[in-house]
Design a protein around this ligand. Structure first.
Ligand SMILES: [Ca+2]
Length: 479
């Protein structure tokens, strides 16, 4: 057959069209089970989790089940929350909108007040026929975004700021809380996170048999303060092996505007109101944090086992995220509420049908990217308000292009993080006013953020570029 130029163009067009159809068909199956049924979503939040488990290469925390989860999907090595405080971070993630100086500001944030004009992530799933459910700490407030859930969100009747031992409970008086940590020989069943896991296991068993797919959110309370977990999880870590960070000092040449008094920890019994904690207390806090993570890890193991036993693992997307990082003495700080790496970097893992296990992506990603990712994996249309970018290409190939920079803010501070640098500003009036100080860190030379180089002329061009990137995001604060 003779193929003239005209025919060849037609053959090419048909070929391209076929490739597009084939690719689209393949893409739409990623996230779906082999039989074409819509996937479930198990949405796991862990409060105040920093990425120091073995699967993150740190070997500091004992987390066999989180490591097992990482083996099933893609682990994001450089995932950042958009604001390092519980309520605001969760509201931002769940609505796919950036925090601003007037939206998503504190731990008391309500998504249904600050972003009432947009559908939340669970609302989109509910509108598209999913059974949506929330157990434990997903939003800060149990009744936030209540219309998005098919059943009333479930919490324990009592607070997760809780102690197993009566003598520690007796120390609570007004704003004075009990100790920041506790090791007690008390059964796991008495602890809040075990009960949240029990409720979620019961729901998994019930929902696995339904025709509808589910979006089941489960939020664990530890390792948020107080570090109250059974003795056996403390015993995983010999006390003499607990290491203090080697940068328990305020970064060199950084303006005082970046100081932080970690008031959250100071509410706990035995913690001084000013100044550093003793070395013995610092070791106990780090030990308690690790024990708390191992306790939550055990609960996550129970959930993974249930998915396998119920035969629904192959049709369930799993997302695991911490709402922000946590300072364990670095820079002389504890808690979160800053724009340092340790406060804003956090674990993110995504397991999905059709996605290869054991992947590690080093691309910069941020939490507003989670909403569009889950919509795309479940084949749901993307609402037009979203400010994040789907991680779907990174799930298919961990080195795919994604973003040049990610952004984190808190109160007076805004920060941009690129492949090599972290640049941050402090401004009056919650970040809207005059500049009070800048910090620039060369993370290639100084990965622990110990020296501000903003005044170093060698970084002049870099600083101008980063400031422009931050200004561009700040310019969008009205949207
Ligand atoms: Ca938190």
């Amino acid at each position: 057959m003779r193929i003239d130029r005209y025919s060849w163009q037609w053959f090419s067009a048909i070929g391209v069209l076929s490739a597009v159809v084939l690719f689209t068909g393949m893409a739409s199956r990623v996230g779906y089970a082999n039989d074409g049924q819509r996937p479930n979503v198990l949405f796991l939040a862990v409060d105040d989790l920093r990425p120091e488990m073995a699967c993150y290469g740190m070997l500091r925390m004992i987390t066999p089940h989180l490591d097992r989860l990482a083996e099933r999907g893609v682990r994001f090595d450089r995932a950042y929350c958009n604001i390092a405080v519980c309520g605001a971070s969760r509201a931002s993630l769940m609505t796919g909108l950036r925090p601003t100086p007037t939206r998503f500001m504190s731990y008391l944030t309500r998504a249904d007040e600050d972003a009432q004009h947009v559908p939340s992530l669970p609302m989109i799933f509910k509108r598209h026929g999913y059974h949506t459910q929330s157990n434990g700490k997903v939003y800060h407030h149990r009744d936030d975004d209540a219309a998005a859930w098919s059943e009333p969100p479930w919490r324990r009747a009592t607070s997760s700021i809780w102690w197993a031992l009566p003598e520690n409970r007796a120390l609570v008086e007004g704003r004075q809380l009990g100790p920041a940590y506790e090791a007690a020989d008390v059964p796991d069943e008495q602890y809040p996170d075990h009960q949240i896991c029990d409720k979620t296991l019961a729901d998994l068993r019930r929902l696995a048999g339904q025709d509808k797919p589910f979006f089941l959110a489960c939020g664990f309370c530890r390792p948020h303060l107080p570090f109250v977990v059974p003795q056996k999880y403390w015993d995983l870590y010999p006390a003499d092996r607990i290491r203090l960070p080697d940068n328990m000092y305020f970064p060199h040449d950084l303006p005082e505007a970046f100081q932080y008094n970690w008031g959250e920890l100071r509410h706990y019994h035995g913690i001084p109101q000013q100044g550093p904690v003793s070395e013995a207390t610092a070791r106990k806090l780090i030990h308690g944090y690790y024990a708390s993570v191992s306790f939550v890890d055990a609960q996550i193991g129970r959930l993974l086992d249930a998915l396998d036993e119920l035969g629904i693992a192959e049709r369930t997307i799993i997302v695991l995220w911490g709402d922000h990082g946590w300072q364990l003495g670095e820079h002389g700080f504890w808690c979160k509420h800053t724009n340092f790496e340790v406060a804003s970097r956090t674990p993110l893992m995504i397991v999905a049908p059709g996605i290869d296990g054991g992947g590690v992506s080093r691309r910069l990603v941020e939490f507003i990217d989670i909403y569009p990712t889950l919509c795309e994996l479940a084949g749901l249309p993307l609402p037009d308000h979203l400010q994040g970018k789907s991680l779907h290409p990174l799930l298919l190939g961990v080195d795919a292009e994604h973003k040049e920079a990610v952004f984190t803010r808190f109160d007076r501070g805004d920060a941009v993080r690129t492949d090599r640098y972290r640049y941050k500003e402090m401004r009056a009036n919650r970040g809207l006013g005059d500049l009070e100080g800048v910090g620039l860190f060369d993370l290639e030379k100084d990965p622990d953020e110990n020296r501000n180089v903003a005044e170093d002329p060698a970084y002049g061009e870099v600083l101008v570029k980063l400031r422009a990137m931050l200004d561009a995001v700040r310019a969008g604060y009205g949207s």
